[in-house]
Design a protein around this ligand. Structure first.
Ligand SMILES: CC(C)(COP(=O)(O)OP(=O)(O)OC[C@H]1O[C@@H](n2cnc3c(N)ncnc32)[C@H](O)[C@@H]1OP(=O)(O)O)[C@@H](O)C(=O)NCCC(=O)NCCS
Length: 368
């Protein structure tokens, strides 16, 4: 059974009245695809505007990477990913669609992760297909043999009616995993949080909860990096073909530095077992450039420490810490695989409500 969703009624994204974008209509797509130079801030801003508009059309209260954050993503060092932004420009010079390719550099060397966004007024004229042609070409050129993409579908929308689903199917992708985005409205009644903390403490009392803002204290850094890497192995990925990530302290520090450069404050709570080992953690990111929001990053309880209500204990403590440090934050977004029963149960207890489905689609790319 699904939870209530207070934001079901969304405009359909393909309604903009432009000659040629009614379903099935075709106007020859005279578009040029080119890669954006990340040093060219104005070009990156045009890319970002089209990309963002295309990706979020029709989604309820969609999350965003702001331009300020994207500028950092493209400029700060990242030893695990290389990104490429590309645009489709029509013969009048207008950016009519945009995409992004991410090439993992450590694990998953077969993979190219792609996203394509076409603003509603430019759809159904072949722009998305032209951008996808570029993805395939670049994937081949980089020797990648698998493409992974994401499609977000609002709750309550029949998925066969959603443009991204039809597009992914036509492009030969198959659905591999489904996550749900849920949102928690803040503040949560303090008494509700205290009740949940008490419930968790019945089984989690042997563990000590430690919270911090900003970088991980040096004493935990090695263990914490290891926990970060575990998420890609332990979180359910359905039929996705995705190798476990390997994290070390250098990767952890790089991620933390990038968050600072992006104006994102990280709030973390860990559970420390009686022998001093880290049994689990949870992390929230508060973006300076998107006031009022927070994003849930990883939550993980080490397999050896499950069954002690640590997931609940961690999330309650971190939510309390967040509300104390940032009373202005009004909502937190989180993503969980639909089959991730234990994590979903914790989120539902806290009061998270469904917003949309985030589907992972993947396809093989035959070597040329
Ligand atoms: C998906 C998206 C990129 C398509 O862009 P587009 O420029 O409209 O795509 P195209 O015109 O090249 O469509 C190619 C094919 O996809 C399918 N398709 C696209 N939109 C569709 C829709 N609304 N209904 C049914 N089929 C659709 C059709 O098979 C279409 O071929 P056809 O027009 O010959 O029937 C665009 O709707 C979008 O930005 N959506 C949000 C982001 C997203 O979901 N991206 C996809 C994952 S990368």
């Amino acid at each position: 059974m699904r939870e209530d969703n207070d934001v079901r009624q969304q405009p359909t994204p393909d309604v903009a009245p432009r000659p040629g974008n009614e379903p099935g209509a075709k106007v020859a797509p005279k578009v040029t695809i080119s890669t954006v130079d990340p040093a060219d801030e104005a070009a990156l801003a045009r890319w970002h505007a089209a990309f963002h508009t295309g990706l979020v059309a029709g989604l309820p209260d969609p999350p965003a990477w702001t331009l300020q954050e994207v500028l950092v993503l493209y400029r700060a060092p990242d030893s695990s990913m290389r990104r490429e932004a590309f645009v489709a420009v029509d013969d009048s010079g207008e950016v009519v669609g945009a995409g992004e390719l991410t090439f993992p550099l450590r694990e998953n060397p077969r993979l190219a992760i792609c996203e394509i966004g076409v603003p509603p007024e430019h759809r159904r004229r072949g722009v998305g297909s032209a951008l996808y042609g570029h993805v395939v070409e670049r994937g081949h050129a980089e020797g990648r043999t698998s493409l992974l993409t994401e499609v977000n579908v609002p709750d309550g929308t029949p998925q066969e009616e959603w443009p991204g689903v039809a597009f992914a199917q036509k492009a030969g992708f198959t659905l591999r995993n489904t996550e749900l985005r849920r949102q928690l409205r803040l503040p949560v009644e303090p008494v509700h949080l205290r009740t949940l903390a008490g419930k968790a403490a019945q089984r989690a009392s042997d563990y000590r909860l430690v919270s911090w803002s900003g970088p991980c204290p040096a004493e935990y850094a090695e263990q914490y990096a290891e926990l970060k890497g575990r998420l890609s192995a332990d979180a359910p990925l359905g039929d996705m073909d995705y190798e476990q990530e390997v994290w070390d302290v250098a990767r952890l520090r790089e991620t933390e530095d990038r968050a600072v450069a992006q104006g994102r404050t990280l709030h973390t709570t860990v559970a420390v077992a009686p022998d001093g080992t880290l049994a689990g953690h949870t992390q929230l990111a508060v973006p300076r450039h998107e006031p009022g929001r927070a994003y849930q990053w990883d939550t993980l309880v080490h397999a050896a420490h499950r069954g002690h209500r640590l997931g609940l204990a961690l999330k309650v403590a971190n939510t309390q810490a967040l509300s104390q440090a940032h009373p202005e934050v009004a909502r937190i977004d989180t993503w969980n695989a639909v089959q991730n029963g234990p994590m979903v149960a914790v989120n539902v207890e806290l009061g998270y409500r469904i917003m949309d489905y985030c589907q992972e689609w993947q396809r093989d790319l035959q070597p040329l």
